[in-house]
Design a protein around this ligand. Sequence first.
Ligand code: SAM
Length: 285
Amino acid sequence: MDLYTETKFLMKKYNITAKKNLGQNFLIDENVILDTIKEANINNTDLVIEIGPGLGTLTKYLLEKAGRVICIELDNRMISILNDRFSLYDNFEVINDDVLKIDLHELIRKNKERLKIQNVKIVANLPYYITTPIIMKLLEEKLEIESITVMVQKEVADRITALPGEKNAGAITYSVYYYSEAQKIRNVPNSSFIPEPDVESTVIKLNIRKKPVIETENEEKLFKLIKLAFMQRRKTLINAISNSGLLEKNKIKEILNQLGIDERVRGEELKIEDFKNILDRMNIK
Ligand code: SAM
């Protein structure tokens, strides 16, 4: 049975209509799944955490490769479908919860202790209404994971895989770059899903760095400064910072001069090291 027929069959059998508010667009393109699995580079010593398995289309392929697959799904209608489909696999587990609320540290710790797991990998076709919070949670919590291979909106993929200072960069580019090396795997047409989403999609992979790309004593302040610069991205950095009331214009000018940075610079032109150097001289509490 091809994936379109199988998905239609499962939806009919279990009386499922896709919930838009949960970002439900079910994948029906086997080539996309095979490319995702290949790039995620999964083997039998891996624990794969799949976020939002839905009807289990991607899950089935993950179960064939991984030592263990733990699925986290918010929609309780999917839980019995997944259990029906995969109860014969002894490496399958599903948790009915919100991925944004779950303690992933604890989940990983417990499974590493119990099983011969060498690496933890995240693989998912993400619900688009919470793409950024999910990715930021996975990165900021500094989980013991090796990689994140996920489908996201093309527009988000363009931002995430840009390098700081490039045209497509946004505040998220800097956070993602700080924690990982991002690459685009492939674009995915809208026709690869039912129902078809309103936006185009891209599979990306984030390879988590062993340690962040720069050393800083205060990550939180660094990313606040970067966000502030991007909230007013058409303004010069001097205006963006002084408008926010964080520091007076002449003080920022002085810092930029000390660092040899042009006074007319906009935040989007700066590298992550530049923001760190500026922050170090701002001396803010
Ligand atoms: N993996 C399936 C596929 O590729 O066909 C479904 C992907 S669909 C784009 C996103 C899935 O995420 C849905 O099954 C949805 O119910 C689930 N989901 C939405 N919000 C969630 C949350 N906060 N936590 C966990 N799962 C969530």
